[in-house]
Design a protein around this ligand. Structure first.
Ligand code: NAD
Length: 76
């Protein structure tokens, strides 16, 4: 299943890393630095478990600034 997550703060990023263990997750944010960190498997927030998941788990997770990339396929 493809899942879009809007916002990569504490709520969105926690959900994104958990869901990305078993689903294709595209996380959209408006802050480039956050998107770049996530795509480099680094957490933009201080959280031991999120940092561990990003660094060590096999995740199907992409971060993007582009809402179309995140949401395409959900509407026509
Ligand atoms: N943290 C909590 O315990 C908690 C509890 C209940 C409700 N909430 C609500 O959940 C939401 C997220 O909370 P949080 O703590 O993760 O917030 P946060 O501020 O840590 O993260 C929000 C993220 O959304 C991004 N963002 C802002 N506008 C955006 C947009 N148009 N498109 C995509 N991304 C955008 C921000 O850049 C930021 O990375 C908030 O509305 C908050 O009020 C949070």
């Amino acid at each position: 299943m493809k899942i879009a997550v809007a916002g990569t703060g504490y709520v969105g990023l926690s959900l994104a890393v958990l869901l990305a263990q078993h689903h294709e997750v595209v996380a959209v944010d408006i802050i480039k630095e956050k998107v770049d960190l996530i795509n480099n498997k680094q957490s933009p927030i201080v959280d031991v478990e999120i940092e561990d998941f990003l660094a060590n788990k096999s995740l199907n997770l992409t971060a993007t600034l582009d809402p179309i990339q995140a949401y395409k396929g959900y509407y026509k």
